[in-house]
Design a protein around this ligand. Sequence first.
Ligand code: NAD
Length: 151
Amino acid sequence: MSRILITGCAGFIGSNLAEKLIEGGYYVVGVDCFTDYYSSKLKQFNLNRLLANSHFQLIRLDISEASFNQLTDIVRQVEYVVHEAAQPGVRKSWGTDFKDYVRHNIIATQKLVEAVSKAESVKRFIFASSSSVYGNVGNVRLREDALSKLA
Ligand SMILES: NC(=O)c1ccc[n+]([C@@H]2O[C@H](COP(=O)([O-])OP(=O)(O)OC[C@H]3O[C@@H](n4cnc5c(N)ncnc54)[C@H](O)[C@@H]3O)[C@@H](O)[C@H]2O)c1
């Protein structure tokens, strides 16, 4: 059975993706630190079904504060990594909240990528971008191959 790491597994995308991948025959290792960006009760709710599944393991860990050894121990167990852990919300990402974005988006990603680069088991690293790269396109349904308004 292929093993896949999903960071941000208690979040909106991570939890739904974890359920789909388990249905598709994967074993999912999920990492999350339950940031207070929105209610942790909602994150717990997102995880309820997953925690009852024997093909899911939750590791509570703040990636931005994890040691290199902690992260390499985790990524060496998996073949695929989907990185969904983040501080989302481009509008709040300036001013006093900027430090949270640096911590959860830049430092956490850099630490994870360094660990993955040393883990020979990992075949693919999939990173979630932001829908904000498409710019302000109103209510138009976005497609992955749409051109970025920032280009
Ligand atoms: N939701 C959308 O419509 C959408 C669209 C495009 C892109 N994205 C991107 O996809 C990613 C996930 O979005 P989402 O909507 O699921 O967000 P979310 O806030 O629901 O989930 C993110 C999860 O990451 C966890 N997390 C944050 N920092 C962490 C850290 N340092 N260590 C461990 N866990 C950490 C949080 O606790 C949270 O559970 C983000 O990068 C977001 O910008 C989301």
